[in-house]
Design a protein around this ligand. Structure first.
Ligand SMILES: Nc1nc2c(ncn2[C@@H]2O[C@H](COP(=O)(O)OP(=O)(O)OP(=O)(O)O)[C@@H](O)[C@H]2O)c(=O)[nH]1
Ligand SMILES: [Mg+2]
Length: 304
């Protein structure tokens, strides 16, 4: 069985079962003469291959989440990749920007500011994730970030990262629904994750590009603590620089730690609420959306 690139690939050779994680780190995990006896170690627990093989249609059960708890690196990240964009049909789901980060770091503030900045010249849609409420959706609607029909809420009802990483189906449904129902169709969808810890990161099944927002008030140690959002996001935003003095955070340390953790990955030190560095953040997103629109199927043609 050969599932999609993000899934485990199972095949047999000389009576043995070959299991490979067919992504960038293509490698043979194990060759087993008695596959029914083999237990496969996943971050989420042990998976009995026999059960897995008897339900080949259950693709969700086959997903390889090897990267989820792995810090990883910017150069080996899943999102923002041209070969992923080549596979996309933008008419089915518009270019999706995942905005993640810890609770209260300024994700909704960023969504609001981006809507205000981009809505005049671009068709935008927003999907917000909250654990138990529709708070962010209601806030953005009250603030008239966009017309109400352009903003959807997903209530995750559990760990926020589950809805952006393990089972992205409700977010995908909301994004696809926005893409096909809005007129003009959205060029860019902003999908805000529920606030989570540093281990949360978007699946490339959902996000074509990711922005990770951290908060200066969390202390200047946060960038060096790493985590996949810090290391693998397409853009890292260190927000609330206006609070640095009040909390005794050294912005120079934050910037140099971010550079060390991210290699070539871009980082912006911002005060989103006050519009500081908003143009730069918007430019990063527009540039990615523009590059993506020339790939895949059905991208918008006009120049930005
Ligand atoms: N001082 C300062 N406050 C900010 C800035 N950006 C956002 N805030 C404030 O930080 C608080 C949290 O911002 P939100 O945008 O709600 O944060 P969030 O990441 O969406 O929060 P959750 O969705 O609950 O995880 C709000 O009171 C914002 O007004 C900033 O640049 N400077
Ligand atoms: Mg929010």
């Amino acid at each position: 069985m050969h599932a999609r690139a993000n899934y485990l690939k199972l095949g047999s050779q000389k009576g043995a079962l070959i299991i490979a994680a067919p992504r960038r780190d293509l490698r043979l995990l194990r060759v087993a003469a008695r596959p029914e006896k083999l237990m496969l170690r996943k971050p989420s627990g042990m998976l009995r291959l026999k059960a897995l093989l008897s339900r080949p249609a259950a693709a969700g059960a086959l997903r390889w989440h090897g990267g989820h708890h792995v810090v990883g690196s910017f150069s080996a990240r899943e999102t923002g990749q041209h070969d992923e964009w080549d596979r996309r049909d933008w008419r089915q789901r518009a270019f999706t920007v995942g905005i993640g980060g810890p609770v209260g770091s300024g994700k909704t503030a960023l969504v609001l500011q981006l809507c205000r900045k981009l809505r005049e010249h671009h068709s935008i849609g927003v999907v917000t994730n909250d654990i138990f409420t529709r708070e962010d959706c209601e806030f953005l609607t009250r603030q008239r970030a966009l017309e109400p029909e352009r903003i959807r809420a997903v209530e995750t009802g559990g760990c926020p990262h589950a809805a952006i990483r393990e089972d992205v189906s409700s977010n995908l449904a909301a994004c696809e629904e926005l893409t096909t129902s809005l007129s003009p169709p959205p060029e860019i969808l902003l999908c805000e994750s529920g606030g989570d810890n540093l281990a949360a990161n978007f699946s490339n099944e959902l996000a074509d590009y990711t922005v990770y927002v951290i908060d200066v008030a969390g202390g200047d140690k946060v960038p060096r603590k790493g985590g996949p959002g810090v290391t693998q996001s397409d853009l890292l935003v260190i927000n609330k620089v206006d609070l640095a003095e009040a909390v005794g955070a050294d912005l120079g340390v934050m910037a140099s730690d971010a550079e060390r953790m991210r290699g070539d990955g871009p980082t912006v030190l911002a005060a989103i609420k006050h519009g500081k560095m908003l143009d730069e953040i918007a430019d990063h997103i527009l540039d990615a959306a523009h590059r993506a629109s020339h790939r895949g199927t059905g991208g918008y043609a006009h120049a930005h």
